[in-house]
Design a protein around this ligand. Structure first.
Ligand code: INI
Length: 154
């Protein structure tokens, strides 16, 4: 037996949690995620969006939404850019482990669509310019996980 999620149109609702910090970049991730969901048969009326101040605030809201039982998956979107201080490491570390914990605590796929970049240019490239769109990829991963979890033994 091989368990494998496909990319067929998933059932249920999806939540996006998007940070306002570096909003110029994050909006492109929201667009990418929404586009991927729409192209897999998840129309806008099955997508809810929560906005948080910065990436560090994503895990709490993602966990609350996952706990609600209302969503097949929660997709986290943010953009953390390295500055001259070690602030980046704390924000990136807390966001990453918090998102992982939200998934494990709830059993709901909580997907990591947060860019962690050295420069704004890198972030722009990963938000729909030269190197794909991390929001689109995160939504595709969410669909695969929803379809995979549906196959696993109860
Ligand atoms: N939040 C981000 O989403 N990206 C960043 O690059 C960033 N930097 O560099 O500081 C950032 N900081 C804010 C943080 O997420 C919290 O909102 C803030 O610390 C309040 O808790």
């Amino acid at each position: 037996m091989i368990y494998e999620g496909d990319f067929s149109s998933p059932v249920g609702r999806f939540a996006l949690v998007a940070a306002r910090f570096n909003g110029f970049v994050v909006e492109q991730l929201v667009t990418g995620a929404t586009d991927a969901l729409a192209r897999h048969g998840v129309a806008a009326d099955r997508i809810d969006l929560a906005r948080v101040p910065g990436s560090f605030e994503i895990p709490l809201v993602a966990q609350k939404l996952a706990q609600s039982g209302k969503y097949a998956a929660v997709i986290c979107l943010g953009c953390i850019i390295r500055g001259d201080t070690d602030h980046y490491d704390h924000v990136a570390g807390g966001t990453t482990s918090g998102i992982a914990q939200a998934a494990l605590a709830t059993g709901v796929p909580v997907i990591f669509g947060v860019l962690t970049c050295d420069t704004l240019e890198q972030a722009i490239h990963r938000a729909g310019a030269k190197a794909g769109n991390k929001g689109f990829e995160a939504a595709v991963a969410a669909i695969e996980m929803v379809n995979l979890l549906a196959q696993l033994p109860k």
